[in-house]
Design a protein. Sequence first.
Length: 600
Amino acid sequence: MKAQDLLSAWRRRQKVLGHLVRLTVRTNPRVAAIILATLGVQSVAPALLATTQRWLVQATGLGVSAGLLVALLVGALAQTANTAGNRVQTNLRFEVEEKVDLVLGREIADITTTPSTVDHLESPEFLNRLAVLRKSSGRLASSCWTMVETAGSVAGLALSVALLVGIHPFLATMALLGIVPLMVAKRGQRAMDRIRDLNAEGKRQEERLHMLCVRPEPAKEVRICRNGWELSALADRLWRIGTRRETVAQLKASAWEAVGWSSYLLGFGASIAAVAMLCRAGQASTGDLVLVISLGSSLRIQIGMTVSGMTRLGAVGHIMGHYLWLRAFADSGEKASTAPPSRLAKGLRLRDVEFIYPGRGTPALSGVNLDLEAGSVIGLVGENGAGKSTLIKLLTGVYRPTRGTITVDGRPLTGIRPGAWFAKQSGAFQDFLQPQTTVMESIGIGDLEHLHDRAFVGSSAERAGADSVITQLPQGIDTQLGSLFGGVEPSIGQWQKLALARAAMREQPLLLVLDEPTAALDPQAEHELFERFAALASRAGRQCGAVTVLVSHRFSTVTMADHIVVLDRGTVVEQGTHAELIRAEGLYHELFTAQAKGYL
Ligand SMILES: Nc1ncnc2c1ncn2[C@@H]1O[C@H](COP(=O)(O)OP(=O)(O)OP(=O)(O)O)[C@@H](O)[C@H]1O
């Protein structure tokens, strides 16, 4: 890496650190000041205590045994004060860190929702980094104090070393030997970080498998197939692999630490012996011996705190690296500035559109050229996996084509502000939401502007045919939905009608998308519903030139479309009206006839 890159990476980290410090101080400035003062006193306490002990022994002219006893008593008193101070400080810190962690949690959620497209939610690298960040956000939240603590430890350590060197320069070796555990611990921490990154994907897999066994939705299939035990065993195996890796890394780090500390203890013993000899030769006083013993024992703790502070700072730096990567990723999207038209005059055009899902080698769509005329209803048909939903995802803008262009009345879709384009759409999808809220909210969130407008929500429900569902509910539109909160659990078909009512909330969309929204309805209910939607689509078409795209496996429904597009393995193989396609006797004719026979 070039020096310039290193410098800008360092600057970015400083910026995040500055942000974390501001967050911490703003949470409660008075408490932050108390914690800062306590940490300051604690960092110089060992040097202060050792100097007091030396002074007491020298001023009272006590012998070695009496001097050591007095020093011990003063030391015990100081230790008690230190423990009490620590307790207060820990409690205060806990409260501040909790609040900072909460804000960070919101920022992390923001990182996942900032990009207008959703392909990052399927990128293993994004998800792995996010998993590590989520798990370690607490360390980021405490990073401000880690920094202060480490700076205090370094200052206190420097003061202690200065006092020791004042007696004899040889005593500096005691502190030098203390650097050995510091270096070794850093190495151990790096190994642990590597293992955590390596384990991130396995941990996600393990969590997902675990959810399959405990969530109510997959529970039925899991019970019937009796594969719960196997899924659990698989999750268990992943857990064991991850834990084994972490334990081995932890044991190695501990072994290295033990070697480091042993060398320090040897140095401490040698230092005491050396000062005792200096005392005997009259070159040092009993007070000096007391100071060396006092500092030597607290030096171990000071070095330990410096080591752990540096290690924690290293870990914070590593986590910050993930945070910065994710932030940069979230902000890297195209900066679109064009507004969508208020009504469509020409429609949507696709030219040589190709799309490859992240991590997939083969395109889900390729060479797609389509003219979706303003005001028309387009039917999309094709066998499973033909690319219908993928095409819908590209039109809505949640995915960008990997090649080719999509234009909205001649304006490239990539240049239109994503939020503004989303606001001009309305839709119901296969994997529709099932919000466990009141019916009113469940429908109203389709257009937040009218969320609390009972009349508006009611008429949307009516247009989508969901009024029949609402009249059956005990509190009508105010009924709580979902068993999680003691509400009524609608059937899948009823949930689907509510999803359609949500889609009907936006009265003047430019793009109306219906991706198999009626799969759970019986044919009669589906027919009635599509008649309502045909009315809705033609009204939107007349008013603002809306394009309605309809995906359905039921050909009886698709026949109502003005123009039908047939997809096969990611390419458009036929298009035209129902009558034209039947006459052409191609794939559409084949699929239509097969389904018609099935209904006989
Ligand atoms: N999230 C994804 N990641 C990777 N590949 C995907 C993803 N979603 C779909 N695919 C692949 O893209 C191809 C087209 O899928 P798509 O869902 O668009 O088909 P479809 O016509 O809507 O199918 P269906 O009728 O079953 O809903 C398939 O080969 C599928 O495996």
